[in-house]
Each structure stands twice: as C-alpha cells, then as structure tokens.
Design a protein around this ligand. Structure first.
Ligand SMILES: [Zn+2]
Length: 289
C-alpha cells in the first residue's frame, strides 16, 4: 500500500491531527543512503515528521529541517513540501546502537545533544529560521518541544520506525496532534489517556491496523477527515540544475575540471549520478558571463 497522510479534526474541532504511514518512503531512504538500523530509525522518524509538517503549509511553500547533534549520526537534513514530498541526507548512515531494552534501538544516543533548525521558505524575500535545543534526540520529543516553544502550539508527537531483522523497514509512521486554542481540560486529559493507551505507532501498524483505525482510536470516534494526501520520497534533481551550479564556479576550478576530462557529480539526496564530459564543461564555460 502507498504511503499517505490523513489530516483531521476531532473532539469538536478542539484538536487537529496529522497521521501518516511512511513505510515505503523510509525504506526508499534506507536503500538510497544505506543506513544501518539505528540510523534508519532516526532518519525515518525525521522524514516522517517532516512529511507531515510539510502538509501544514500552502502550495509552493517548503521547509528545510536540520538536526545537528553530537552523536555519531552528526547531521540529518530533510526537505519537505506541501505536496507530501520529502528528500534528505544523513552525514553518517553507519550507526547501529542497541538500547538496553531488548529489541530496541537507541536513537537518542545516535543523535545526541544538539539543535533542531527549521527554515521556512514561504515564497517571500527572506527565509524564516527557528531553532530549538534537542530534548532527547529521540526526534518525537524534540519536535513536540519545537512546536510548543517555536510555534506556540501545544502538541503531542509520536513517531515509530520498526526495522526488520534483515535491516529493511517493516513499518513506519506517526502522528502530530495539535491542541487548538480554547480546547477544554477535559478533552486534553481524555486525549492524553488515549495516547498512553495506544502505545507505539510502529506496533499499531505491525498488528495490521490502518491509519484510519488509528485516527478513530485517537479521536474516540469524533474525527472528521479534512484531507488525505499521498506521501513519497522524491528528489527533483536533474542535469540542468547541476549545470547551473557548475556555471557558478570560478575560472580556475572550471579549467581544472576541463583538464581532468570532465566530472561525475552525485546527488546527495538520491545518489543519482550525472556525468559532465569535457565537451559539456566547455559548453557551460562558453555560456558563462
Ligand atoms: Zn537527486
């Protein structure tokens, strides 16, 4: 089944929910970046929450999110947009740290202490960046803190990536729950109890239950679905875009590449390779101002 997200309101419009199933896109990211299990879980959680966050924006707007920690993963960067497309890169994909608890991965140790930076491109002259300190490096808590501190929206975030014994992604998904202004204490308490009762989302999906089932359970059957969006890992790179970057090189560097008989450029987001021959480079050079 394809990855998708549901956007809904519940509890008499007091709560807004974003839910997603992202097994395929996280598996694609794992294949591209060859992540080991703990890096797969960290990167997968990050891609999942970013994909949902992208849906909070309008057509043409986009987000660049970065988690920079002092753990072995170092830095993860994700771009997300309102069409449900994400792509990302990870400094060190070779991270496999088991947690003390049997069968769990220690994402917090793999990410470490550091910051979450979110840059919004709202199609205006300047970009907007806000940063918050990581709470635990477990991603979900870090984003919940970001939403409260930076967006002034009390939120609950749950993210789960289940890595199979062969290292592939078995299930992945999550939810962001936002408390709307004026929500009653009764609703908040009820919601908190429900979230605790539901437990990890990866287990929920592993039991074969759907996103719609999860929404009904979280909402105590009060949900109204506003939208359903498909999600995917998508890199829009092409040879022209890389040619533009090459055109920005100074003369000396350009001549070096030409005397090297060309260059192969690898996209950091999707690993696609673009070969620029000597002739390609001479043509780019001749078009330089
Ligand atoms: Zn690419």
């Amino acid at each position: 089944m394809k990855d998708y997200a549901l956007i809904a309101t519940s509890y008499n419009n007091e709560i807004r929910m974003y839910l997603s199933k992202t097994t395929n896109l996280v598996e694609e990211a794992r294949t591209i970046h060859q992540t080991l299990p703990t890096a797969s879980a960290a990167f997968g959680r990050f891609l999942t929450v970013s994909a949902m966050m992208g849906l909070m924006y309008k057509d043409g707007e986009s987000l660049t999110l970065q988690i920079k920690g002092d753990g072995p993963i170092n830095t993860m960067l994700v771009e997300a947009n309102s069409k449900g497309e994400v792509r990302g890169e990870i400094t060190n994909p070779n991270v496999y740290i088991r947690a003390k608890q049997e069968g769990k991965l220690d994402v917090g140790a793999a990410v470490g202490n550091g910051f979450l930076h979110v840059t919004k491109d709202l199609n205006m002259k300047q970009m907007f960046t806000s940063s918050t300190e990581l709470v635990s490096g477990e991603i979900a808590e870090d984003f919940a803190s970001f939403f409260v501190k930076s967006e002034q929206t009390p939120s609950a975030v749950s993210l789960g990536v289940l890595v199979d014994v062969d290292g592939s992604i078995r299930t992945s998904g999550g939810f962001i729950i936002q408390v709307m202004p004026g929500a009653s204490d009764e609703t908040i308490t009820k919601l908190e109890n429900t979230i605790n009762y539901i437990g990890p989302v990866s287990r929920w999906f592993d039991e074969g239950k759907s996103l719609e089932d999860l929404l009904s359970a979280l909402s105590n059957n009060t949900e109204k679905i506003l939208d359903k969006k498909s999600l995917r890992y998508h890199c829009p790179c092409n040879k022209d875009k890389f040619a533009k970057s090459l055109a920005a090189l100074d003369n000396e560097t350009m001549n070096e590449l030409i005397s090297d008989d060309g260059i192969e450029i690898v996209c950091h987001f999707c690993n696609k390779k673009y070969l620029f021959s000597k002739e390609d480079l001479l043509k780019i050079k001749s078009e330089q101002k």
